[in-house]
Design a protein around this ligand. Sequence first.
Ligand code: NAP
Ligand code: ZN
Ligand code: ZN
Length: 348
Amino acid sequence: MSTKGYAAATPKAALAPYSFQRRAPRDQDVSIDIKFCGICHSDIHQVRDEWGPSIFPMVPGHEIAGIVTAVGAKVSKFKVGDKVGVGCFVDSCRTCDSCRAGLEQYCTEHLVATYNGTEKDGTPTYGGYSEEIVVDEKYLLRMPENLLLDAAAPLLCAGITLYSPLKHWNAGPGKQVAVVGLGGLGHMGVKLAHALGADTTVLSQSNRKQDDAKRLGANHFCSTSDPATFTKLKGKFDLILNTVSAEMDWNEYMSLLKVDGSMVVVGLPEKQTPISAFSLITGRRSLAGSMIGGIPETQEMLDFCGKHNIVCDIELTPIQRVNEAYERILKSDVRYRFVIDMASLKSA
Ligand code: NAP
Ligand code: ZN
Ligand code: ZN
C-alpha cells in the first residue's frame, strides 16, 4: 500500500512530503485511517539524531488517533468504524518476562518502535505523520467514545508516560507530587496527579505559566529561576516527576524530596547528567526513570481519562506547518501540545 506522509530525509533535515509503502494487512492486522497525530518532543530529538544512530528517512509520530477502515480475518477486538489509538510501539517479542507481564515497553528482546525502529523482519517502521497505518490488534488501543479524538491523541504518549509513574509510585491523597516542566508531558502530569488526588506542585522556568498551572489542577506553582524556590521547598515532596527535555542540575531537585522520596526522570536530554552520591544518601532518596507504559496500562489510562473527562490542551496544526511547530516547542511556546490535523495531508 502506498501512503503519503511527511519525513525527514536525513538527520536534522526539515520535514517534507514523502511517499512510502505500508505492509499488506495480515490476518491479525487492523488498517487505520489516521485522523490526528500529536507532536512529541521525542519526535524532535529523533529527527535531530540526538539519541544515537537513527533511521532515515524518518516519518515521526507516535500519538496516533484514527478510525478503523479494515480488519483481518483473525481480528476479534476491533471492527470497521472503531475509534482507535497507536502509541510508541507496534510490536514486541511477546515472550520475554516483560512482555508476558504486560510491560511490553521494557521488552528485553525486540521492542518495535512505531517509527525509527525495525519490524522483526528488519523492515524500518514509519510513524503517524501519515495517512494510514497497519497495526496488529494486540498493540492497538481503544479510544474512549466520549473524548474528542484530536485532544485525546497525545494521551498515547504524553498521557501514559505520566500516568505510569504516578501509579507505580502511588500518587494519591496525602502525597506531595511535583511536576518539573509544564510542557506536553508536564501538563498531563498535572491533570492526572490532580485527578488521582495528590497535592500537586508545578516547577517551571518562569512565572509565565502560573495561571495555566492552576487551571490545569495544580495546587501550587513555583518558578525555578527564583533561587528562594529551592530553599522554600526543601524536603517537601514524596515524588518528583521530571519532564524536562534539556540539561539541568538534578542534584538541586533531589534536595526537594522527603526522606525516602523519589525523583522519576521521564525527560530525555541529549547529554548525560551528573548526580552526586550525597544527593542520594541524604534522606535515602531514590533517582529512578520510567518509559511510557505497557498495552494494558495504556488502556487503563485511556479508560481513566474517559471516566474523568481528561484530554490534552492542544493546538491543531496543518502538517505543512510542522517545522514551525518544532521551533515553537523548542521555545516552550505551545499550550500544551501540537496535534497535526491529518485532513491537511489528504487535501494537499
Ligand atoms: P515539551 O512539551 O517541550 O516540554 C518540556 C518542558 O520542559 C518545557 O515545556 C519546559 O517547561 C521545560 N524545559 C525546556 N527546556 C528547559 C530548560 N533548559 N531548563 C528547564 N526546563 C526546561 O516536551 P515533552 O513532549 O513534554 O517531552 C519532554 C521530554 O520527555 C522530552 O525529552 C521527551 O523526549 C521525553 N519523553 C520521554 C518519554 C518517556 O517515556 N520517558 C515519553 C515521551 C517523551 P517550562 O516552560 O514549564 O519550564
Ligand atoms: Zn512521545
Ligand atoms: Zn519481549
